[in-house]
Design a protein around this ligand. Structure first.
Ligand code: ADP
Length: 255
């Protein structure tokens, strides 16, 4: 029997999915205050990770460092094997949905969603197509000429999602994004974010102090305590086997 050398060659390992993140011994200090204290964590491309912890535990600071909005005092952050400190924040291939980075009030929905494309020099015809797709994905087609003040909270949130995903980044960073919404809207948006994650397969890193939200959305939860990782694991693992009273008080059976 003839032997086809090509088919007998072991196939190469599948390429890792984009959007992989690695925190290497990251510390952040403000003066004498250490707010992130030697965090190391690996996140695979396509994972949905929640950073969970009470106010002041360092969640936002960790995300801000990944976003490039502030620099670590020590340690390195890698995205897809590349050191992030070598890429300017506005050139990083990541979408951000931060409370502090709300929609631009003086711009229409179209111009808000177009913003990251303009910053990246995407030609206009292509930009129009991408904006249309992004707005359709979040069910906001038809709202192009509205201003943010003419939208409900949930609609604004959807447009913010469209803006963060319009340039197809492998990594999306979300900070307490839903905390301003009422309970019903929050639940609706959770479903949408989960669908978006399923549909687009992007890495999502999601900051929340809401344990239910973290349990519902995440592949893994990182519980933070005073700038350190108290526990990392799949939601059910952490829920059923909290490693400390602290974790239990947040997420476990004892809650
Ligand atoms: P979380 O998101 O878990 O609420 P943060 O990362 O926002 O926590 O904050 C962690 C700690 O760092 C808090 O004690 C906060 O007051 C402090 N902190 C955050 N930003 C600054 C800053 N720019 N200057 C000084 N302290 C800060």
């Amino acid at each position: 029997m003839s032997h086809d050398s090509r088919s007998s060659t072991p196939s190469a390992a599948p390429a890792a999915r984009p959007g992989a993140v690695e925190f290497r011994n990251i510390t952040k200090q403000y003066g004498s205050l250490t707010v992130v204290n030697g965090i190391s964590l690996q996140i695979s491309g396509g994972e949905f990770i929640s950073l969970l912890g009470p106010s002041g535990s360092g969640k936002t600071t960790l995300l801000m460092m990944l976003a490039g909005f502030t620099e670590p005092s020590a340690g390195q952050i890698m995205v897809d094997g590349q050191r992030t400190d070598q890429i300017p924040a506005n050139r990083r291939n990541q979408g951000v949905v931060f409370q502090s980075y709300a929609l631009f009030p003086h711009m229409t929905v179209r111009d808000n969603v177009a913003f990251p494309l303009k910053a990246r020099g995407v030609p206009e015809a292509r930009a129009r197509e991408l904006i249309r797709t992004a707005l359709m994905r979040v069910r906001m087609a038809g709202f192009e000429d509205r201003y943010p003040s003419q939208l409900s909270g949930g609609q604004q949130q959807r447009v913010a999602l469209a803006r963060a995903t319009v340039f197809d980044p492998p990594l999306i960073l979300m900070d307490e994004s839903l905390s301003a919404l009422d309970r019903k809207l929050r639940q609706e948006m959770q479903v949408e974010i989960k669908d978006l994650h399923r549909e687009l397969g992007k890495t999502i890193i999601y900051v929340t102090h809401d344990q239910e939200e973290a349990l519902t959305l995440s592949d893994r939860i990182v519980v933070l305590q005073n700038g350190r990782i108290a526990q990392v694991g799949a939601p059910m693992d952490i829920y059923e086997r909290p490693r400390s009273i602290y974790v239990a008080s947040f997420i476990g059976e004892a809650n």
